[in-house]
Write a protein that binds this ligand. Structure first.
Ligand SMILES: C[S@@+](CC[C@H](N)C(=O)[O-])C[C@H]1O[C@@H](n2cnc3c(N)ncnc32)[C@H](O)[C@@H]1O
Length: 259
């Protein structure tokens, strides 16, 4: 079976609803600390989307580069206050000269690149000696996630298992591509609990908010929504408290290019 692909152009204008201004993001802090620690002056995000993380990294004073396949997402990132050098391209064929970057990272994007190892090989080519590669995202292959979306919407979990590389594979590919000091850590632990009807206000429940739901047909999406509404109605009838959990560890896989 082929892995379904999502056209981000179609959801670009609504994408930033996942980043409410009121929220701080531990994974952003983790990335910022890493950039400061290695004194990164040239920074590339692959699959940079709307430029949210690049804008955060403007605090480093470094030069910020973003590459994304979606023109719609690149258009949105032009609205970021930080000056960004943006390029349209594929994560597996990065159009930059070798040894150009101190920090190369991706957030919630490697599962879209198709050939995950090719991306890691490109990262190795593009990093300066001592430069860091950080791959940040969810690993559905690892236990520890408890996300109600997987319970209520058909096919989503199985599709994620096909789309996402396992963390153990990422670490192995990093080693095979010559990275040193390879490690993994939890960069953020998403813990959102929606009690009762409050779940219907979860921004991540919108059809276009995440690739998990955006990949579903209208029919499959509505069937999942109907299951949620039914569960709410059943709980009300029994005067029971119903809780919908989004508990997701976000991992950071890190490796350094040897000097
Ligand atoms: C979930 S979004 C993440 C965006 C951003 N990193 C963030 O965390 O907000 C995934 C991004 O990967 C991009 N993308 C998908 N396939 C790609 C590919 N083959 N090469 C480069 N970017 C790709 C999409 O256009 C989208 O902007």
């Amino acid at each position: 079976m082929t892995t379904p692909k999502l056209n981000y152009d179609q959801i670009a204008t609504q994408y930033n609803q996942r980043y409410p201004a009121s929220q701080t993001w531990e994974r952003g802090q983790t990335l910022l600390e890493l950039a400061k620690q290695i004194k990164a002056q040239t920074i590339l995000e692959v699959g940079s989307g709307t430029g949210f993380w690049l804008n955060l990294l403007s605090q480093t004073g470094g030069s910020l580069f973003g590459l994304d396949y979606s023109m719609g997402m690149l258009q949105q990132s032009k609205r970021q206050p930080a000056p960004l050098s943006l390029t349209r391209g594929l994560g597996t064929q990065l159009p930059y000269s070798s040894s150009a970057f101190d920090l190369l990272y991706c957030v919630d994007a490697i599962h879209h690149f198709g050939d995950h190892r090719a991306f890691i090989a490109e990262a190795s080519r593009l990093l300066k000696p001592g430069g860091a590669l950080a791959i940040i995202g969810h690993d559905p292959h690892e236990g520890g996630s408890n996300w109600y979306i997987y319970d209520y919407f058909d096919t989503v979990y199985d599709t994620d298992l096909r789309r996402y590389p396992a963390g153990s594979s990422i670490l192995q590919w990093m080693e095979q591509e010559g990275f040193h000091n390879i490690s993994s850590q939890t960069a953020e632990h998403i813990r959102n609990i929606h009690v009762g009807d409050a779940v219907l206000k979860d921004p991540f429940l919108k059809h276009n908010a995440t690739s998990q739901l955006a990949l579903l047909s209208e029919e499959t999406y509505q069937a999942g929504m109907q299951r949620i509404r039914q569960a709410l109605a059943d709980a009300k009838e029994k005067a029971a408290r119903i809780v919908f959990r989004s508990e997701i560890p976000v991992k950071m896989f890190l490796g350094y290019k040897p000097f």
